[in-house]
Write a protein that binds this ligand. Structure first.
Ligand code: HSE
Length: 347
């Protein structure tokens, strides 16, 4: 494939992270993979839209959002000819061969991301996304549509951002059966629990996680376990081949934990972690999200701060544990890049 034509739907932290990487690594990507990308359109519900079939000047796009982003519609100043496309018009009209869907996750309806994915496939474009909504709620439908049209639907960053969990499970561990997958899948809550263990109040720790850009737009999704729930559904369906929905997962967040108990746990040889788990039990796939006081000897107990970790128990390789970033602008931007390079290689 010549250079990929990309349309970015959503231009928050993650979208900007990808654009910065595409600029910074342009030469390296060309030299190492023969990979080149042209961003032909950006459409964001707050910043507005811009389009150039020859490829946007990404420095200018970033600068506009940085300098004028406090007001809505910053991207309308990109050129004299104002682009008034909304997200669906951008997908249909931009001629992009890959849509990068990076709008805010909605775990209740999956929208507007599910509609964006459907529109992209109808327009003959691949989709790469870090949005958990469409994958947790509509993976079965979307993967079938993509397959029937010879398109790719890739979402590496939905679980542990750029830390390669899904590709490791589905590609590197090909042929393995997964008995159980269990992990710390949310950076915000792991950070809060680590800070609370040091005696810091819950509210203060949450505020810092928000300032650092780890928390979801509505942090209820983090602290009440909805974000982990979405990731557990993705792991269940994509890695264990189950067909479960969000209502099949039992869920408890960290808001009911007693601060004194969290701080006292290490003295008792334990550490509180929010654990997402999916396992095969009696022929069924059982999934849960809950705070657990892990013994300090558990490898997951030593994973602190915003770091994530997941252990995949397989028949052929035994337990495989992956520890790494689970959120953040660069790490999540990189997950999109890895999906784009995979599409390039397949093309
Ligand atoms: N809010 C999420 C977290 C971001 O804290 O891990 C990545 O899904």
């Amino acid at each position: 494939m010549a250079s990929q034509k990309l349309a970015l739907i959503g231009f928050g932290t993650v979208g900007r992270g990808l654009v910065e990487i595409l600029r910074e690594k342009r030469e390296l990507l060309l030299e190492e993979f023969g990979f080149g990308a042209r961003v032909v359109a950006v459409s964001d519900v707050y910043h507005g839209s811009c389009f150039d079939a020859d490829g946007l000047d990404l420095g200018r796009v970033l600068e506009l959002v940085a300098s004028r982003g406090a007001e809505p519609g910053a991207l309308s100043a990109y050129s004299d000819q104002v682009c008034d496309w909304d997200s669906l018009e951008t997908i249909r009209n931009s001629g992009a061969d890959t849509v990068v869907e990076v709008t805010v996750t909605n775990i209740e309806t999956g929208e507007p991301a599910v509609s964006h994915c459907r529109a992209a496939f109808e327009a003959g474009a691949h989709v790469v996304t870090t949005n958990k909504g469409p994958v947790a709620l509509a993976w079965s439908e979307l993967k079938d549509v993509a397959k029937s049209r010879g398109l790719q639907f890739r979402f590496e960053g939905t679980v542990m951002s750029g830390t390669p969990v899904l590709s490791t499970a589905t590609e590197a561990l090909a042929g393995c059966e997964f008995v159980r997958v269990r992990g710390i899948l949310n950076g915000t809550t792991n950070y809060i629990l680590s800070e609370m263990e040091q005696g810091r109040p819950y509210d203060e720790a949450l505020a810092t996680a928000q300032e650092l850009g780890y928390a979801e737009a509505d942090p209820t999704a983090d602290v009440e376990g909805f974000d982990v729930l979405a990731k557990v559904v993705i792991l269940a369906n994509v890695v264990l081949g189950a067909e479960i929905g969000v209502t099949d997962v039992s869920r408890e967040g960290i808001t009911g934990l007693d601060a004194a108990a969290v701080a006292a746990a290490p003295g008792l040889g334990q550490r509180w972690k929010l654990i997402g788990q999916v396992e095969r039990r009696d022929g069924k796939v059982v999934a849960s999200v809950a705070p657990v006081a892990l013994p300090l000897s558990d490898p997951l107990a030593s994973v602190g701060g915003v770091t994530n970790a997941v252990t995949m128990e397989t028949d052929l390789v035994g337990p495989v544990t992956i520890v790494g970033a689970g959120a953040g602008k660069e790490a999540t931007g990189q997950s999109l890049l890895s999906d784009l390079v995979a599409i390039h290689r397949a093309g």
